[in-house]
Ligand binder design. Structure first.
Ligand code: ADP
Ligand code: MG
Length: 376
């Protein structure tokens, strides 16, 4: 199995795939932060290296991606020679907010009001068209809130000029900033044989635009959860998708359910599935792309997943004391082996399980208190 990308998702995918007896070749593109240590073999060269392409496609029977910001040409070249799941079309749509928003709206999936600006003139015009608080996002290469700016409505000409400076030269998506009741995500697994299943919807809480905790079962009305599952399934069908697809949703305070964005790969909000589901999102990714029957997505226990960001580190090389997590029964600590901690960098996660969601949240909150994080 070939994996394009070298981060923590590839690391966890390799761990599950190798447990199943698959051999994994990770083409890291030079990013050796997570996947390199767990794959059978790695190719370290950049994604535009023709020699690396040749080696990769010669060695693997099926390929997948663990992050979406791959050059379109690489995806297409790989796909010409081996099965690539998900295919380059789904990945290139999901990697680019403009294409993603257009795909969603053209196929009838509701998202927030948005405009695409490419220069100062259109930027200014669309801000006044939308006439509300907005979030401006770069069309490409944004993640964990990077490349995003929140702007109040009715800015002065000077303020608009200042805001545009950060985006000059690129295309941006300007989105209506909505008031959120909750955020949720649905993970779909769809196999190369067309079999399809979903995990229970996940309730996600973000801090500073980065996922902080995921909670399952989600504390969100049942009919909203069912609607989200329906939408996620029909997006996967529209793509004729193979692999794991994550669909992120906003639930607004006035009860509107809209699609926020999609990820064509296992997702941070699916990490709880390693400990708390019969078959993890990573095992199902491996199953889906190799044409095996999908594993059960059944939730075995109420669960909270909490991200461990570099902010917790004493300095870039010194992790905090993990005793609060390791001594907590039902908690599981996952670290990604990244060398340097940075503010906002995902270094690992912890999963908490107990007999009731109330107990899980209490347990999570005592750990959060010990790590000086605000309670959920
Ligand atoms: P990323 O690729 O960084 O995950 P998102 O578009 O998902 O980018 O934005 C990150 C977070 O920022 C969201 O999960 C949400 O909390 C907040 N956010 C983004 N867009 C909006 C919006 N239009 N209205 C309200 N909150 C938003
Ligand atoms: Mg997001």
């Amino acid at each position: 199995m070939g994996v394009l990308g070298g981060g923590q998702l590839g690391r966890m995918l390799s761990l599950d795939a190798r447990r199943m007896g698959l051999k994994v070749l990770a083409w890291t593109g030079g990013d050796r932060s997570g996947a390199a240590a767990t794959a059978d073999q790695i190719i370290d060269s950049p994604f535009d290296d023709p020699g690396a392409l040749e080696e990769f496609t010669k060695k693997v029977q099926v390929a997948t991606v663990e992050f979406e910001n791959l050059p379109q040409a690489t995806l297409e070249n790989v796909q010409k020679q081996v099965k690539l799941y998900p295919g380059s079309q789904a990945v290139t749509i999901c990697q680019h907010r403009e294409r993603e928003k257009n795909f969603l709206s053209q196929n009838g999936f509701e998202c927030v009001k948005f405009r695409i600006a490419e220069d100062f003139k259109s930027f200014k015009k669309f801000l006044s068209d939308l006439d509300c608080d907005v979030i401006v996002k770069t069309a490409e290469f944004g993640y964990d809130g990077k490349g995003q700016v929140r702007l109040k409505k009715s800015l002065t000409e000077e303020e608009i000029k200042e805001a545009w400076k950060k985006f000059e030269g690129g295309r941006v998506v300007i989105e209506e900033c909505i008031s959120l009741q909750a955020e949720l995500s649905v993970l779909v697994a769809r196999s190369s044989k067309g079999e399809v299943t979903t995990y229970d919807p996940v309730e996600n809480i973000h801090r500073n635009h980065i996922l902080d905790v995921s909670i399952v079962p989600a504390r969100i009305p049942q009919n909203t959860q069912i609607a989200a599952i329906d939408i996620a399934l029909s997006i996967a069908d529209t793509f004729e998708y193979v692999g794991i697809l994550a669909v992120e949703f906003f639930l607004s305070t006035d009860g509107r359910l809209v699609v926020n964005e999609m990820a064509p790969r296992p997702h941070n909000s699916g990490h709880h599935t390693i400990n708390a589901c019969a078959c993890s999102q990573f095992e199902n990714q491996a199953r889906a792309i190799t044409g095996l029957p999908l594993g059960s997505t059944k939730l075995l226990s109420p669960v909270v997943m909490m991200n461990l960001l570099g902010d917790l580190w004493v300095d870039e090389n010194t992790p905090p004391n993990w005793d609060p997590i390791t001594s907590s029964k039902g908690a599981s600590l996952h670290l990604y082996g990244k060398r340097e901690a940075r503010k906002g960098r995902k270094m690992g996660h912890a999963t908490f399980m107990d007999i009731s969601l109330e107990k899980v949240i209490d347990q999570t909150n005592s750990v959060r208190e010990a790590l000086k994080l605000p309670k959920i």
